[in-house]
Write a new protein. Sequence first.
Length: 170
Amino acid sequence: MIALGIDPGTATLGFGVVSLESNRLRLLDAGVVRTRTSETDAQRLAELETALYSLVAQHHPDRVAVERLFCQRNVQTAMAVGQARAVALLVAAHHALPVDEPTPNEVKQAVCGNGAADKQQVATMVQRLLSVTLTGAADDATDALAAAIGCLYRAAAQPASVEPAARAWR
């Protein structure tokens, strides 16, 4: 099974692609999509859409995890993250992919066993679980990998007959 994890953002969108085969996690791809501030919002969102379509075409994920906006004090930032989330959800819907929508705390809980884990703890656990070194990797990519890992764990724990189109991790 392959999961595409997405840490949404309009300026920087993190992605991580992980497979789970025979109870073994394997890193397939990870990185960030950066857009230019000189572009219009519409241009930036179109770039994100194109990049996500390419990732889906390249990796053929079985499911997608799009991190849910948790709490944002800056309204402008919240709107940008919401727009990037919408693009990711739309791409998943166009490919009829099941979507998990965990909060950041739910991702941390799934990967670290602690919903209050800090970014360094998440990065350390992601490296251990994937048996890789992510030195220099962007936090957005690490967060997206964590979302993909949590998505795979959740899918593996679900009975095969239970497959709602979208769900939160509650």
